[in-house]
Design a protein around this ligand. Sequence first.
Ligand SMILES: Nc1nc2c(c(=O)[nH]1)N[C@@H](CN(C=O)c1ccc(C(=O)N[C@@H](CCC(=O)O)C(=O)O)cc1)CN2
Ligand SMILES: [Mg+2]
Length: 291
Amino acid sequence: MVASVIDGKKIANELHVEIRAKADALAASHGVVPGLAVVLVGEDPASAVYVRNKVKATAECGLKSFEFKLPAETSEAEVLGIVERLNKDPDVHGILVQLPLPKHIDSDKVLGLIDPDKDVDGFHPLNAGRLSVGLPGFVPCTPRGSAILIEKVQPDLSGLHAVVIGRSNIVGKPMAQLLLQKNATVTIAHSRTKDLPAVCRTADILVAAVGRPEMVKADWVKPGAIVIDVGINRITTPEGKGKLVGDVAYAECAEVAGAITPVPGGVGPMTIACLMLNTLDSAYRAAGATV
Ligand SMILES: Nc1nc2c(c(=O)[nH]1)N[C@@H](CN(C=O)c1ccc(C(=O)N[C@@H](CCC(=O)O)C(=O)O)cc1)CN2
Ligand SMILES: [Mg+2]
């Protein structure tokens, strides 16, 4: 079997067009332009690329962005002060603090200060709690985007077994919650799971979010499974070239899976599209309009 490729870039671009139309409609009906504040602390090159792509997508979607690029030495108190100001700013409907933050800044403290109603990353404990009890709230962008990709291939997950490798608060746990909401039977696997390849082989839907380059091999994949690769790892090839790979050994797994996301061009662009969606939702809610 050769897997069909799930084109996250194309699906994300289609979402951008829909978001633009809804943002324009909100501006016309309520005079409100959805605003996203992006806070970047430090010079991590990957984070700088992601932030640049987010700001670019904001413009494409007809949203307004407010950029805060701060040096690595910025104090925790200064970052907290910026978040407090943004919480009060009526033009800002979404606040995003790019992770990872420098080590001297307590990420939990910063994320916990963001107004939960502007928490478009869905990282605030209140939004994590809302997701776990099935209440409306912001859903983290990577799991939300991954769930959209899975739905394109398989709208009904009843009776299917989903295995999520990784238990982070940002991806693994919310991904498992979303799959559960969609009636999948869900297993969260992690570094202490016994016989991980055997557990993965039972998955109709396999989501890899561990941050280990090409860890998932072809013999971990059930024939016909949907494979979602959340990993983004920069490696150096034996020829000394830089290359971006996922957590899944793509070429060999594509020979076994039914559908698979590539890296780049799979989950990554959907993360950004869902950030735009969450910001749009936030602005509609703040304006008292219905999407
Ligand atoms: N505040 C947040 N911080 C981080 C998040 C997040 O959702 N919110 N997730 C990751 C990084 N991330 C978003 O910030 C992110 C990573 C990758 C991509 C992406 O589009 N990747 C491209 C490849 C881009 C490249 O060349 O490097 C792809 O996969 O096609 C988007 C967003 C950690 N931090
Ligand atoms: Mg820290």
